[in-house]
Design a protein around this ligand. Structure first.
Ligand code: ZN
Ligand code: FE
Length: 258
């Protein structure tokens, strides 16, 4: 009840982060304000903060409408997004905290998809909102950083407690798992997750959240040390060095075309 997904556009998720005591909530990544405001009203909540993970339209497209509908609402924006977050009122950076009622979220700078991409980690909820950096069984495209930037950002997320639930920006899970299986066809945890995700989607269910511990079992972009994954990539490029960044970059390049 503390985290409520609100589907947006064709495959995006906004999330309401609810402080049960005060009934205040924040919204992570709002692209369609009407659907978010609807959910807020249906749940009898008060929306007090907007928590965008990065500046892309499908994550902030509803900010202006929310600010118009709810004067005084706090709209957080990462410093390294250089003012690209619409309706921003509060600037944050890596290590800053955000407030939703009595809940405190920690801002984690995870650049690479965009320079100012952040995650919001709520220890009390055992949850992290990863936007377009970590997806279930995948990661975002590297638009504004380099492969090593993304490797470092994913490592920061992977260092959170294993039980931390991962709420990501898109419902890409089945396609991500299909790609992951091309690299690790023998990974049992991966095969099981794929069977589960196909069933969940066929039944119209969301595949979020997963957990940091689970991602380490099947997310190929966290598994650059896997012998099977390395062997699959070396079949394509025998000269590929045994270096985590090079392995990551090779996997990411394949995924870009998958
Ligand atoms: Zn994006
Ligand atoms: Fe996106």
């Amino acid at each position: 009840m503390a985290i409520i997904p609100v589907p947006q556009l064709s495959d995006n998720y906004a999330y309401l982060v609810v402080d049960d005591a005060s009934r205040e909530c924040g919204v992570v990544d709002c692209s369609e304000a009407a659907k978010v405001l609807d959910a807020v009203q249906r749940q009898g909540l008060k929306l007090v903060a907007v928590l965008p993970t990065h500046w892309h339209f499908d994550h902030v497209g509803g900010n202006e409408d929310l600010a118009r509908a709810l004067p005084g609402i706090r709209v957080y924006g990462a410093r390294n997004e250089n003012g690209r977050i619409p309706a921003q009122t509060n600037e944050v950076a890596d290590g800053a905290t955000v407030r939703v009622g009595a809940l405190t979220g920690r801002v984690i700078g995870i650049p690479a998809h965009t320079n100012g991409h952040v995650a919001y980690y709520f220890p009390e909820l055992e949850a992290v909102f990863t936007g377009d950096t970590m997806f279930i069984a995948g990661c975002g495209r590297v638009f504004e950083g380099k492969a090593e930037t993304m490797v470092a950002s994913l490592a920061k997320l992977a260092a959170l407690p294993a039980a931390t639930r991962v709420y990501c920006g898109h419902e890409y899970t089945v396609k991500n798992l299909e790609f992951a299986l091309t690299l690790e066809p023998g990974n049992q945890a991966l095969k099981a997750k794929y069977a589960w995700a196909k069933k969940a989607r066929a039944a119209g269910q969301f595949t979020i959240p997963s957990t940091i511990g689970d991602e380490q079992q099947f997310n190929p972009f966290l598994r650059t040390a896997s012998p099977e994954l390395r062997a699959s990539l070396k079949k394509i490029d025998p000269a590929l060095p045994d270096d985590p960044v090079a392995i990551f970059a090779a996997a990411r390049a394949l995924k870009d075309k998958f």
